[in-house]
Ligand binder design. Structure first.
Ligand code: HEC
Length: 94
């Protein structure tokens, strides 16, 4: 499957707030509040440093069939997902 990575528009500031909350509450419910792992693997910057943006993007968009990682493509736009990938690269600090 081809996935375009050249997403130009950033999500709005409001949308970024929503995505930040989603990351803590929904992603955090499996990956841990500080993303250092739980049911889902640790996804801090040091944990995903060997993954390409494309791999992270498609994992979030399509999920991991056979593992508990759900697909988010229905709920999130490509620019939302790209923003989350960038956010994961920067790390979750609070
Ligand atoms: C229902 C539990 C669950 C939720 C909710 C969830 N994940 Fe996951 N996620 C998993 C599992 C399980 C894996 C696979 C872990 C493994 O490889 O053993 C995974 C894998 C991943 C990976 C791949 C990590 C790697 O090493 O390549 C990323 C990135 C990721 N999740 C991001 C997210 C994001 C972002 C969200 C929120 C939008 C999210 N996940 C929500 C369970 C979840």
């Amino acid at each position: 499957m081809f996935i375009a990575l050249s997403v130009s528009a950033e999500p709005s500031v409001e949308r970024q707030g929503y995505l930040d909350k989603l990351l803590k509450q929904d992603c955090g419910s499996c990956h841990g509040l500080t993303l250092k792992g739980g049911l889902g693997s640790a996804i801090r910057p040091q944990d995903i440093s060997e993954r390409s943006d494309e791999a992270l993007f498609s994992t979030i968009k399509l999920g991991l069939p056979g593992l508990a990682m759900p697909p988010w493509g229905e709920l999130l736009s490509d620019s939302d997902i790209q923003w989350l990938v960038d956010r994961l690269r920067k790390g979750e600090t609070e």
